[in-house]
Design a binder for this molecule. Structure first.
Ligand code: NDP
Length: 444
């Protein structure tokens, strides 16, 4: 059995009931096979792959909090500090009932390569809790965030581990967590990113993942002879990534015709009204059923279905495994040109393969959504130098990072004879830098 297959088998055996983690490991290791085979003897002796797939540290803790009726609840908190070879651990905190150790490990593993691809000095980590902020009062969310941070603060710091937002963790949650960290540790430091602008946040961080997704999509399309203007774009999700992806796509002259949440989806043939979407989701925290009140000619459908709409570009921006083989077949038969992942691992392995086999340009999340963490790293830089950069400066840094990232993964794919396979390109380019740093630092 090859070294890669041995390690995949071992991961499945040692981490039962963690299918998302198995999926992420399989995707990465499968696509770096050639690199591993060329160095097999050394990698085996150094147990390089075993060190890569085992997090440096996994933290799991109790989070008790009191609701508005005086009832105590207990959630579980997680932080997985996966790999610090190239910098302090960096990665978001997900608050969603589906969170468990396997989900956090898959996200942390992906984050290692994503952060490497940004070209910035950040290692990989991820955390979160099975707490659901939906339907909770502000006071309840604050109670949870304070309890969560009371434990998490023992393991993080501006130079050790810097969490950020993710599903369910927006500016409100980051604010409450930052306040509690400051109170307990007595430090006003850049320990979290995605902070409000009045206390150390960076301009463009809110927009960064969605904008970055569109910058890399634009570069991809340009390099294949297409422009963005006039293209029809289908987006899933209606959260932070989806909203700002839709905004930037509109600014580029493309038309975004769908969005979705976990209950249903919207089709707006005239183009999604981003201002209405922001009001519904960011201000009023309502469901997408409200959208029709702003746009009477739009359609609302229960369940899932955005991938059935004919488009040139599909951008999955909600959650993992939301685009499956059947969806991929529909997109291909509708003539899709490109699929770029705004969410983490939204496309199943079978769907990814089908898209690639059918000539669709496919950019995986670890490259396509890296704009968020890249801008978080820019927030860390600003915090360290006690300065705030202008919107234009951060935005132009972000655009430069995403453009270079595209060419980095494109070149890596070409170097290994897999031109146009951006999954291979992203995994190899991310892997090479991390491995180089791990080798330089010895067995630690
Ligand atoms: P938000 O919480 O802001 O939005 C998530 C959106 O996806 C909501 O519309 C939500 O609907 C929907 N959604 C979540 N879970 C499910 C589900 N199980 N089924 C169907 N729909 C679902 O999160 P973000 O926009 O920040 O994150 C979206 C994705 O992008 C995630 O995969 C995240 O890891 C990834 N990402 C985010 C980054 C960031 O900077 N925010 C950076 C890089 C990646 P509802 O409200 O009904 O739950």
């Amino acid at each position: 059995m090859s070294y890669v297959d041995e390690v995949i088998e071992e991961v499945v055996k040692q981490n039962p009931s963690e299918p998302e983690f198995h999926q992420a490991v399989r995707e990465v290791l499968d696509s770096i096979r050639t690199v591993v085979e060329q160095n097999e003897e050394k990698f085996r002796r150094d147990a390089l792959l075993e060190r890569l797939v085992n997090p440096e540290r996994q933290i799991k803790f109790r989070v008790p909090w009191i609701d508005d009726n005086g009832q105590v609840h207990v959630n579980t908190g997680y932080r997985v500090q996966f790999n610090s070879a190239i910098g302090p651990y960096k990665g978001g905190l997900r608050l969603h009932p589906s969170v468990n150790m396997g989900i956090i490990k898959f996200l942390g593993f992906e984050q290692v390569f994503k952060n490497s691809l940004t070209g910035l000095p950040i290692g990989g980590g991820k955390g979160g809790s099975d707490f659901d902020p939906k339907g909770k009062s502000d006071r309840e969310v604050m109670a949870f965030c304070q309890s969560f941070m009371s434990e998490l603060c023992k393991y993080i710091g501006a130079d050790t581990d810097v969490p950020a937002g993710d599903i369910g963790t927006g500016a409100r949650e980051i604010g409450y967590m930052f306040g509690q960290y400051k109170k307990l540790r007595g430090l006003f430091e850049g320990v979290l990113t995605g902070k409000g602008l009045s206390y150390g946040g960076s301009l463009v961080r809110t927009e960064a993942t969605g904008y970055g997704l569109l910058y890399i999509t634009e570069e991809l399309m340009k390099c294949h002879g297409y422009g963005m203007a006039g293209k029809t774009v289908v987006i899933s999700g209606a959260g932070n990534v989806a909203i700002y992806a839709a905004e930037k796509a509109g600014q580029m002259g493309a038309k975004v015709v769908t969005c979705s949440d976990s209950n249903g989806w919207v089709y707006d043939p005239a183009g999604i009204d981003v201002a209405a979407l922001k009001e519904i989701k960011e201000v009023k925290r309502q469901r997408l059923t409200e959208y029709k009140k702003y746009r009477p000619d739009s359609e609302y459908h229960e369940g899932r279905g955005v991938w059935s709409v004919k488009c040139d570009i599909a951008l999955p921006c909600a959650t993992q495994n939301e685009l499956d083989l059947e969806d991929a077949k529909t997109l291909v038969s509708n003539g899709v040109t490109a699929v770029c992942e705004g969410a983490n691992m939204p496309t199943t392995l079978e769907a990814t393969k089908y898209l690639q086999d059918n000539g669709v340009y496919f950019v995986p999340g670890k490259a396509a959504n890296a704009g968020g963490v890249a801008t978080s790293a820019l927030e860390m830089s600003q915090n360290s130098e006690r300065l705030s950069w202008t919107f234009e400066k951060v935005d132009s840094e972000l655009k430069g990072i995403m453009t270079r990232l595209y060419h980095n993964i494109d070149d890596a794919a070409k170097r290994y004879g897999c031109e146009g396979n951006y999954v291979v390109g992203a995994n190899i380019a991310g892997f090479e830098k991390v491995v180089d740093a791990m080798n330089a630092q010895g067995i630690v």
